[in-house]
Design a protein around this ligand. Structure first.
Ligand code: F1P
Length: 349
């Protein structure tokens, strides 16, 4: 079996570690947040940029902190376009949360070094404790069991997501949410056991030639990550959209060979299902994921903020099986390396 599929199936163990580590460092993190008067800026690249998006949305919902996500490369080249001038609320002594599986990505490290040089504080989230990023941060959330062989992020991504979600629940003093998250690892194991076969069947159906992942609010960053997995592993046309956005142009692409994958919410399900049924009427195939009443039902009993990582394991498996069905190796994605490093000197960075 491929390393990627093994890592996808072993996620529940890494999530256990993520919850333990988040609880262990939560008081150190709270000290930094309490002393911070600015916004919270989450920084990452590729998958970890989409994790930053999700983290910022969760922090906006669960804590009192003004939160924003910016890609590492954009912090490098266009920080003021994203955060405004230093006088602007977002850019006035923000707290940086740098997210990086490897802890080595050049743009992310550069953003951290620049922020520290200006006297700013940094929290790092990574899977590698002895990484350059971990060494630069004031406080580091390390989930070592999220480390993986495969280039494409799977177990690493969700382990860092679970850790960050737990930190948001603890900082926001959502005690019941934090307690319910302890059920996450078992929920993920049950989900993988129940739906792995369906993920293989759908992933192996090569009559589908394009995918649209629809997710709104806190789920949009997850839709982006799921779409990136489909691209990276199976070299398929794949795009993410907020649900209602899909009607404003992208639906022009719908045909019999199109699959829409809907990451359903609890409170706006009617609006979201309406989009999916309209696209089904145009010939699209539809797959839904949600806490309940869906093709892939989590049935975790965990509130949606705490259960958000549950959207990914089955979608990761689906992408990996599509790669295998196309004769590709998900462990060796086309053109990609596990870490992108740049020579900023020659680039005048
Ligand atoms: C960032 C990243 C990944 C991508 C690929 C190359 O790595 O862009 O998101 O999937 O593996 O590197 P990191 O900063 O999270 O280590």
């Amino acid at each position: 079996m491929s390393a990627t599929i093994n890592e996808i199936l072993s996620q529940p163990f890494a999530w256990e570690n993520a919850l333990e580590e988040a609880e262990r460092i939560s008081s150190e993190v709270k000290v930094l947040f309490d002393s911070n008067r600015g916004a919270v800026v989450f920084v990452g690249c590729g998958s970890t940029y989409y994790l930053a998006h999700t983290a910022a949305a969760l922090f906006r919902r669960l804590t009192a902190y003004q939160s924003m996500a910016v890609a590492g490369g954009e912090m490098l080249l266009y920080q003021e376009d994203w955060l405004g001038t230093p006088a602007n609320a977002l850019n006035h002594h923000p707290l940086l949360v740098a997210i990086s599986r490897s802890g080595k990505t050049t743009e992310t490290l550069w953003a951290v070094e620049k922020h520290r040089a200006s006297g700013g504080h940094v929290i790092a989230v990574t899977n590698y404790p002895d990484s350059p990023l971990a060494r630069l941060a004031d406080v580091t959330l390390v989930i070592a069991t999220g480390q993986e062989e495969s280039v494409v992020q799977t177990r690493s991504f969700t382990s860092m997501l679970v850790g960050i979600t737990a930190i948001a629940a603890l900082l926001g003093e959502h005690r019941a949410l934090w307690d319910s998250m302890r059920r996450l690892p078992n929920s993920a194991a049950r989900l993988l056991a129940k739906y792995a076969g369906q993920a293989e069947a759908v992933g192996s159906d090569l009559t589908v030639d394009r995918f649209y992942f629809l997710g709104s609010g806190i789920r949009f960053g997850i839709a982006c990550e799921a779409s990136l997995k489909m691209k990276e592993m199976s070299l398929s046309h794949s795009e993410p959209y907020p649900f209602l956005e899909f009607r404003h142009g992208p639906m022009s692409m719908v045909q019999q060979s199109t699959m829409l994958i809907g990451l359903l919410s609890e409170r706006n399900r009617a609006h979201e299902l309406a989009v999916l049924s309209e696209m089904k009427a145009l010939g699209a195939r539809v797959l839904t994921l949600a806490e309940n009443d869906a093709d892939i039902a989590f049935e975790s009993g965990i509130p949606e903020e705490g259960a958000i990582a549950l959207f990914l394991p089955i979608l990761q498996l689906l992408a990996a099986h599509r790669a295998l069905a196309k004769g590709l190796n998900p462990d060796r994605p086309n053109n990609l390396s596990a870490v992108v490093t740049l020579d900023l000197e020659t680039l005048g960075g």
